[in-house]
Each structure stands twice: as C-alpha cells, then as structure tokens.
Design a protein around this ligand. Structure first.
Ligand SMILES: Cc1ncc(COP(=O)(O)O)c(C=O)c1O
Length: 171
C-alpha cells in the first residue's frame, strides 16, 4: 500500500509511531531504499519505544520528537527535538530553526522559522530526563485488520506480530 502511493515526485516516507507503537520499519526501509527516498519518523508519541531491540528515532533518516506536556517526555510548554545521524540534514535543520541562517549572522539562506528551545524549558527537560523512564509493556498484536478510505486517503491498520516494546505517556 505504501509502495503503491510512491510517485516520481515522492521525496520521503513519513511514518508515525502512534500510541507508543513502532511502525514496521524493516518493510518501510526496504521500500525507501528501492526508491532512493528518505524515511522521516514522527516519534512524538513514542520516545522509548523499541522494535527488535532498536529504539525508534534511530530507524530512519531523521526523526521528530515532541516535548509537549502530554507527551512521553513532557516539558514545561511547547518544544521538540529533531534526531538524525545525517550531517547534511542536521546542518539544514540547524539553519531552519534560526530563520534560515548559517554561520554568517543575518544572511538568511533558507526560509526558516524561529524554533529555538529556550533555556528554561531545556533545563526542565534535562532534569526530567534524569528520572524519566518510559512506561512500557510488550507490544501485542492488534485485534483485527482494518482497511478503508477516508476522503481521498487509503488507510490501513496492519496486524502486528513483531517483537516490540511500546512506550506510553506516564504523566
Ligand atoms: C503523532 C504526533 N505527531 C506530531 C505532533 C505534534 O507535536 P507538537 O505539537 O509538539 O508540534 C503530535 C502532537 O500531538 C503527535 O501526537
């Protein structure tokens, strides 16, 4: 189903590890490799969740994390983090978060945003991270296979039988 949606314009597959459950990243990565496109992980709800022993955020090209207070690692307001091992993406994200600036002040090379995490929020997160443990339990298979259409979007909740560890919000 994912592969069928790929067109020559497709640049990346975005997976959402929803409710603490990691997507089937082996299949997704194989598809991405076949088409030479990137994989973006939305792990806003899944910090600490694992699949085959690998923690999410480490399974694609780049991952986005939310520190909104209701999330797995909730902070003291809005905030988030991007994780990547790719230097090119890290560089681009660093520029995007500060209005598209690189080394030269006031030389805006990209259309960026103001997305800096301020120090007070960062301090609170660092302190919380010291004591934070994911509320986890072993992933169980989904009770049924569901497919359908929502507007123009074909969707599917796959049956899930891989060894994983779910991670829940504990606030
Ligand atoms: C799966 C998922 N992705 C992204 C977001 C957005 O996170 P934020 O509000 O920190 O940008 C949320 C927040 O509800 C989410 O649950």
């Amino acid at each position: 189903m994912v592969e069928a949606a790929i067109t020559p314009k497709t640049k990346a597959i975005i997976v959402v590890h929803l409710f603490g459950k990691v997507c089937d990243m082996r299949s997704i990565s194989r598809i991405a490799e076949r088409h030479g496109i990137a994989v973006v992980e939305d792990m806003a709800q899944s910090l600490g969740a694992r699949l085959w022993g690998n923690m999410c955020g480490n399974l694609g090209d780049i991952a986005a994390l939310s520190f909104y207070p209701t999330k797995n690692l909730g902070g003291i307001g809005e905030g988030g983090m991007v994780l990547t091992k790719r230097d090119d993406l890290a560089h681009r994200v660093r520029m995007l978060r500060v209005h598209g600036m690189d080394q030269v002040p006031y030389l805006h090379q990209l259309i960026g945003i103001n997305s800096r995490l301020d120090e007070i929020k960062a301090c609170a997160l660092v302190e919380k991270l010291r004591i934070w443990r994911p509320g986890t339990r072993s992933a169980s298979p989904m009770p049924r296979l569901t497919t359908g259409t929502s507007r123009n979007c074909l969707w599917c909740c796959p049956r899930w039988k891989v060894p994983g560890l779910m991670s829940f919000t504990s606030t």
